[in-house]
Design a protein around this ligand. Structure first.
Ligand code: GLU
Length: 480
């Protein structure tokens, strides 16, 4: 048999080599025609083009409509380092990302991609940017999975073509009872919803995914780590010329050595201090212990901006639990949690100064209120202004458009509230102008403020406070 095969193999070689040589002609020719190294080309064009995914771990527009996300920030730094502009292309799924890189439609992919053996055939990975493990996520109250055996006969979903599906395929060889669905429609963050809503038993996602979204999913937990930490890196095309690739590696090494990378990771992934809903009892304790110090400031800022001071106070509580030194790793700080940019725009010089913060927050809310269309009546207009404070006016506009498309009333908070969470779903956000946003967070934000407001209102009426209490609306034309 063996003897018979050798001539066959030799024949095959004779056929294959000329084909391979022929295939390599375009590459060689390309090398002859265009000798400018890729790094030089990028510099000459003045533009670095990346492809990414629109998600909370990679790239999204923040409440002020500014691009943000770990991959975006790093790519922006790299573009700066090269002295060029950054152009961002958003792909709909992993397949499109790899296609764009291999076809050289972009310079690189910065999309939270895990380095895997299989993928190395298609692309060339940079030095690692961060390390994540694959985690099995389950809903508390259901069986906690501890091992691969616990996954047998369960309904498991993963993102199609992800590193997770690649790993499950590997595991399948030793664990033939393992079954899973490769979801082509949803992204990791949306898969978490499936577990939350008990539509599936488990999903596998990157460890950063639940970490960054844990506050939205208090009912979800990590069963176990399916892999050891794996490297996430940028993906480049397999080209002969590695000048841009080499420069990217030098850049990554530099920011790794000088601690900048660690700072950026910290900003994006360290646990976000969150001031979410507390019970009435705790809230009333804080009303007694913390609010008196700021009462006057809230009243004054509210009066100057034609707002209800109790509403402003309720908002301040949602933002910082009335702590002047509150700070989040994303750079938001102070009693009204202003970003650096908003503070500058409002002329707030010291965000930690509670008076400045309250005054700035009130002016900002008033401004947003004015920009919510007049067709939205009170109190809905105020709820939408509050939602914009949290998520940004652009994203609110998108949610109102979706509401209309779904035959809801874009002027009614009850309807917009139902549609805001769709901004996290690819099917919907890809049709919008401002893209991915944590719409569900904005809904919770507004609803929390409403309940704090109600408690405050009741509390102050019962005390027969000499302070003038007005129910919503308190926006008066004279105050404009
Ligand atoms: N790191 C994962 C991968 O490269 C991310 C997949 C995803 O969340 O879509 O496949």
């Amino acid at each position: 048999m063996q003897h018979e095969m050798v001539p066959g193999v030799a024949r095959l070689r004779r056929i294959v080599w000329p084909i391979l040589l022929l295939l390599s002609v375009p590459v060689v020719l390309q090398g002859c025609v265009n000798r400018t190294p890729m790094l030089e080309q990028v510099r000459e064009e003045g533009k670095l083009t990346i492809v990414t995914r629109n998600s909370s771990t990679t790239y999204y527009l923040d409440p002020e409509g500014q691009p943000d996300g770990l991959e975006y920030e790093l790519a922006e730094m790299f573009a700066d380092h090269l002295g060029v502009e950054l152009e961002v292309v958003v792909a709909n799924n992993l397949k499109d990302i790899f296609t764009m890189v291999t076809r050289r439609e972009v310079d690189l992919a910065a999309a939270g991609l895990t380095i895997t053996n299989h993928r190395k055939n298609w692309v060339r990975f940079s030095e690692p940017i961060k390390w994540v493990s694959q985690q099995v996520i389950y809903r508390a109250g259901n069986d906690k999975p501890d091992s691969v055996e616990d996954l047998y006969d369960k309904h498991i979903e993963v993102v199609a073509l992800s590193s997770h599906s690649e790993h499950l395929r590997k595991l399948h060889k030793q664990h033939p009872k393992l079954r899973w669905v490769e979801n082509e429609q949803l992204e990791s963050e949306e898969l978490l919803d499936l577990v939350k809503n008990q539509l599936v038993d488990y999903v596998v996602v990157d460890s950063t995914e639940l970490n960054i979204n844990q506050h939205l999913y208090p009912e979800l937990s990590v069963g176990f780590d399916l892999t050891k930490p794996e490297p996430i890196a940028w993906a480049f095309p397999h080209t002969h010329d590695t000048s841009l690739y080499d420069e990217a590696n030098r850049f990554i090494k530099m920011i790794d050595d000088n601690g900048v990378l660690a700072q950026v990771l910290e900003r994006h992934y360290s646990h976000v201090e969150q001031f979410d809903h507390v019970g009435t009892f705790t809230f009333l304790e804080h009303v007694a212990a913390r609010l008196p110090e700021y009462e006057e400031a809230f009243q004054e800022a509210a009066a100057q901006n034609g707002l209800d001071w109790l509403l402003l106070a309720a908002m301040g509580y949602q933002e910082s639990h009335w702590r002047a030194d509150a700070v989040s790793p994303t750079g938001v700080r102070g009693l009204m949690m202003l970003t650096n940019r908003t503070a500058r725009m409002l002329g707030v010089s010291n965000r930690r100064d509670p008076l400045e913060s309250i005054d700035g927050g009130a002016r900002y809310l008033r401004d947003l209120y004015e920009r919510v269309p007049e067709s939205v009546k009170e109190p809905d207009r105020m709820w939408m202004a509050l939602a914009s404070y949290n998520i940004g006016l652009g994203h609110l506009r998108d949610a109102r458009k979706i509401t209309k498309r779904r035959k809801g009333n874009p002027d009614k908070w009850v309807d917009v509230k139902d549609n805001l969470p769709l901004l996290r779903k690819r099917k919907w956000y890809r049709t919008t102008q401002y893209g991915y946003a944590r719409g569900n967070e904005a809904v919770r934000y507004v609803e929390n403020i409403r309940s704090y407001y109600e408690i405050l209102h009741k509390h102050y009426s019962e005390q027969e406070s000499p302070i003038r209490i007005e129910p919503l609306p308190t926006i008066e034309a004279s105050a404009l």
